[in-house]
Design a protein around this ligand. Sequence first.
Ligand SMILES: [Zn+2]
Length: 417
Amino acid sequence: MKVSDCITNGEWCIPEYIVNRDSNLATHICNITLPVDDIPDMLCWASVPDGILTNKIAFRTLNGIGQRTVWANSLWNTHTPPSRSFITWRLLNNKLPTDENLRKRGCFIVSICCFCLQESETSQHIFFDCPVTSNLWEWLRKGTNQSLDCTNCLLMLIGGLSISSKMVQQLVQSIIIHTIWVIWRERNQRYFHDKKQAMTTLFNTILSEVNQSYNLSLVKGSPAMLDYNVAKLFNIPFKVKRITPIHGTSWKPPSAGVFKLNCDGSSIGSQPCGSIGIVIRDSDSNFIGAICSNIGHATPLEAEFSACMLAIERAQHMGLTNICLETDSLQVVNAFRTKLGAPWKMRARWFNCLKFCYGIICSFVHIPREGNMVADVIAKNGQGLSLYSTQWWSSPPSFINSLLLRDSLGLPFSRLA
Ligand SMILES: [Zn+2]
């Protein structure tokens, strides 16, 4: 038996024996939207919204994502040269060729720390315990006013993640990586070439390296004393995020004879429950109707698409032939214009909606959320409806009255960005 055997004249026609055996399954099948015209079958990759299997997804599926570590982004990023990160990574894995590690590999050597000339050379000693190199860490601790855990490299890196300011966090991580690199480079100079640099020279090298690395990053400081002090310490031009209000996003009525449908989707929770809101108004800002609906489990993208599709279906039901759809989702507008990117689960329904839109006068417009406030509030209201239920208002419900008035007067909503 084929699927097409269960479809007669574009409608589901489930055989009696299936209904008798599993009525839930039959209901589930009947709820699947059928396309009004034949569209070719398509192989879909279920775990991505648009169903398209890319090389990236195939590679990740075959190879797995790999081991995830909390410190990976601190070490490997665009503003730290890989040659510096590499030394810290080798230290983290205790793979630097110190005397201790060479001895483990069977080299018979006399070992002495080339900084203090007192202890034998181990990774822990030259980087953290040596009285000479620990001056560098002490200076860093005082300069940034942060407590650094010098017990080992990993704890030090992870400790940096707890700093609340993004700028200071990034600087401290950059300093740790560059300090380790400078110590190792100096150790090699002393060890192999018998050349010695003063501690102040090492300090200055770290300062300039951290300064250069920071210039490559895009993080900006926040207007706090700690950020200011640390920026001063490293002679960094203090870039602060500016808070500026965005003005002038207001709803505009459509031109004469056009009905404007504002749609919005809302999806809340870790097991997201979706709801949608639609409001229909004419060119005189008159309220024509509003719908809210609870659509059950849905991602934010699915909720946005559902809202627009329900709006189009309602326009079709009302016999509207000149409509303007407004949504704050760029993905929906792009999917309408390019016919790509709609969730594969909604493919047939989206196809039906597009077919209707191409047969009438229809425009699809993106509007910032501030211009879509009425639909946004109705969508949030839908979270309170019982599962899969829909409500239609032919006169405005009280909770949107003030917003409708604001829109009809053309008053803008602002936000801080
Ligand atoms: Zn030492």
